[in-house]
Design a protein around this ligand. Structure first.
Ligand code: NAD
Length: 499
C-alpha cells in the first residue's frame, strides 16, 4: 500500500503525524519524573518534531520495578506458551497494520529514505516479532543422557528483567531484534531507544499493549546514554542487558555489569567490514553495485557497512569506475521522496563527525575520488555526498575506525593471502565479503576471515533464521535466529534420582 504513496502524499501525512513522547511505564505514558524533556530533531530538515521525556535513573527505577512486578506475578512469564504466541502474533499484526505511520516516524526521526523504511525496516520488524512468536511453542527443553536411575532435565528459564539499549541506525528493527526473543522467552523488558530516534520505540510499546502484552512487561524509557542508559547498565535489579551500539559504549556496559550485579551482557557493536573482490568474480558489475550499496545504503550508517573495499590490483581501476557510477546514482535526496535512495545523517553531530573523517583521509594522503562534502544544506537537513577514497593504506584512520557514514576506503592486494591478512587486520569482526567463482578460494576465505558473517558472491545476505553478531571487538552474543533466545534465558539443571 505505502509503496504507492507519492512524495506529496508522504509530506501531507508528515504534517498530520502525532508523536508519543513520554516514558511508557507499567502500561501508561508518563512524563519523566524530573519533568525534563529534550528536543527530538528531524535530520530531514533540522526541524524539532516534538519534545521527548528525558528519562533518567528515577524513571529507569520505576520501569524496572514495574518490570520486576510483572515478571514475578507470572502474568507473562507464566502465561501458557500458546497464549503468549497469540499475543505476540497480534503485536506483529498491529505493527503491519500501522506500517505507514511507523515508516514515516522512522524516516522523520532518523533520516532514512521512506522507500527503505517501508520496504525494509517495517517488514523486517514484523517478520522478526512473528518469527519469535512462532518459536514459543516449538522450542523444547532437554533431557540429559544420564544413567537409568536418574532423570536430568535441562530447562531454559527466562532471566527476568532485561534491559535493551539500542542505537539509532535501525531504531525499530534493532529494538525488535531484542524484544522478539526477550518477550518470547517470557522476560519483562525495559527498552531505551537512542536519544536521536525514540519515536518508533514509544509507538511500538503502545501497540504491544493494544496487542495484549500485560502492563509492566514492556517499558520504554527514552533519554540519554549517560543517564537512562547508564542507569540500566548499573541497575541492581536488571538481570541482563542486550546492547547494540558502538564498541566504546559496549565496553562501558561490561564495566557497569562488573561494578553492579554481574548482569549478563550481550553486545552487538561496530564493524569495519572488508569487501574483497577477486578478478574471477562471476560478474564485476554486480560486485560493483554491491560494493556501492554495501557502503551507501542507509547513508553508511550500518554496523556491517562494507567500508573497506579490497580490490585485486589488476582490476582496481575499471572496478572503481563502476563503483563510482553506482555511487553517483545514490546522491542524497529528501527522505520523504519515494525515489530517494540515500537520506540524511541522523544528526548534525554525526554529520560533522563524518566530515571530520573525510578531512583525516585527505590529510593522510588518500585520494578523494568522489564526494567528500555536505549536500542539500539549504534544506536545513544533514546530508553528505557519497564519498570514495582510493590509495588507502590499512593503517590510516579512515581504514581503522568506524566512520558510520557514506565513506568508502579502497585498498588493493596482490594475492588472496594478503587480502585475508589485511581484512583481518582490524579490531572488529562483524562481517566480511568475498567475490570469486573459485570454490577453493571462497572456502579458504570463509574459514580464514575472522567475522561473525561471511558473504560469498553477495553482500549483506541474511535472514531472521540466521544468527548475526560479531567476533573480536564487534561484540558477543547473537541477534536473530533461535540462538538469540540463549542470551535471554538461563539453563537450569534439575537432577532427579529415582528410587
Ligand atoms: P552508541 O554506542 O553511541 O549508542 C547506542 C546506545 O547506547 C544508545 O541508546 C545510547 O543512548 C546508549 N549510550 C550511549 N552512551 C552510553 C553510556 N555512556 N552508557 C549507557 N548507554 C549509553 O551507538 P550509536 O551511535 O547509537 O549507534 C552506532 C553504533 O551502533 C555503531 O558503532 C554501529 O556499528 C553499532 N551498531 C551495531 C549493530 C550490530 O548488530 N552489531 C547494529 C547497529 C548498530
Amino acid at each position: 500500500m505505502s509503496a504507492a504513496l507519492t512524495f506529496d502524499d508522504w509530506r501531507a501525512k508528515a504534517e498530520k503525524l502525532s508523536y508519543r513522547n513520554q516514558c511508557f511505564i507499567d502500561g501508561q505514558f508518563v512524563p519523566a519524573a524530573s519533568g525534563r524533556t529534550f528536543d527530538c530533531v528531524s535530520p530531514v530538515d533540522g526541524r524539532v518534531l516534538t519534545q521527548v521525556a528525558r528519562g533518567d535513573q528515577e524513571d529507569v527505577d520505576r520501569a524496572v520495578r514495574a518490570a520486576r512486578k510483572a515478571f514475578d506475578s507470572g502474568v507473562w512469564s507464566g502465561m501458557a506458551p500458546r497464549e503468549r504466541k497469540r499475543v505476540l502474533l497480534r503485536f506483529a499484526d498491529l505493527i503491519a497494520e500501522h506500517a505507514t505511520e511507523l515508516a514515516l516516524l522512522e524516516t522523520l526521526d532518523m533520516g532514512k529514505p521512506i522507500a527503505d523504511s517501508t520496504s525494509i525496516d517495517v517488514p523486517a520488524t514484523v517478520n522478526c516479532i512473528r518469527y519469535y512468536a512462532e518459536a514459543i511453542d516449538k522450542v523444547y527443553d532437554e533431557v540429559a543422557p544420564t544413567s537409568q536411575d536418574v532423570v536430568a532435565l535441562i530447562l531454559r528459564e527466562p532471566v527476568g528483567v532485561v534491559g535493551a539499549v539500542v542505537p539509532w541506525n535501525f531504531p525499530m528493527l534493532m529494538a525488535a531484534w531484542k524484544l522478539g526473543p526477550a518477550l518470547a522467552t517470557g522476560n519483562s523488558v525495559v527498552l531505551k531507544p537512542a536519544e536521536q530516534s525514540p519515536l518508533t520505540a514509544l509507538r511500538l510499546a503502545e501497540l504491544a499493549a493494544a496487542a495484549g502484552i500485560p502492563d509492566g512487561v514492556l517499558n520504554v524509557v527514552p533519554g540519554f546514554g549517560e543517564e537512562a542508559g547508564q542507569a540500566i547498565g548499573r541497575h541492581m535489579d536488571v538481570d541482563a542487558v542486550a546492547f547494540t551500539g558502538s564498541t566504546e559504549v559496549g565496553k562501558y556496559f561490561m564495566r557497569y555489569s562488573g561494578e553492579s550485579n554481574l548482569k549478563r551482557v550481550s553486545l552487538e557493536c561496530g564493524g569495519k567490514t572488508p569487501h574483497i573482490v577477486l578478478p574471477d568474480a562471476h560478474d564485476l558489475d554486480v560486485a560493483a553495485k554491491n560494493a556501492a550499496f554495501g557502503i551507501f545504503f542507509n547513508q553508511g550508517e550500518v554496523c556491517n557497512a562494507g567500508s573497506r573495499l579490497l580490490v585485486h590490483e589488476s582490476i582496481k581501476e575499471p572496478f572503481l569506475e563502476k563503483v563510482m557510477e553506482w555511487g553517483r546514482k545514490m546522491a542524497p535526496g529528501n527522505p520523504l521522496d519515494p525515489a530517494t535512495t540515500m537520506g540524511a545523517m541522523v544528526d548534525e553531530k554525526q554529520m560533522q563527525r563524518v566530515l571530520g573523517y573525510i578531512e583525516k583521509g585527505k590529510s593522510a594522503g588518500a585520494t578523494l575520488k568522489m564526494g567528500g562534502g555536505r549536500a542539500l544544506s539549504e534544506t536545513g537537513g544533514y546530508y553528505i555526498e557519497p564519498t570514495i577514497f582510493d590509495d588507502v593504506a590499512n593503517d590510516m584512520v579512515i581504514a581503522r575506525e568506524e566512520i558510520f557514514g557514506p565513506v568508502l576506503s579502497t585498498l588493493t592486494f596482490k594475492n588472496e593471502d594478503e587480502a585475508i591478512r589485511v581484512a583481518n587486520d582490524t579490531i572488529y569482526g562483524l562481517a566480511a565479503a568475498i567475490w570469486t567463482t573459485d570454490i577453493n578460494k571462497a572456502m579458504k576465505a570463509a574459514r580464514g576471515l575472522k567475522a561473525g558473517s561471511v558473504w560469498v558472491n553477495c553482500f549483506d545476505g541474511g535472514d531472521i533464521t540466521t544468527p548475526f553478531g560479531g567476533f573480536k571487538q564487534s561484540g558477543f552474543g547473537r541477534d536473530k535466529s533461535l540462538h538469540a533466545m540463549d542470551k535471554f534465558t538461563d539453563l537450569k539443571t534439575v537432577w532427579i534420582e529415582l528410587h
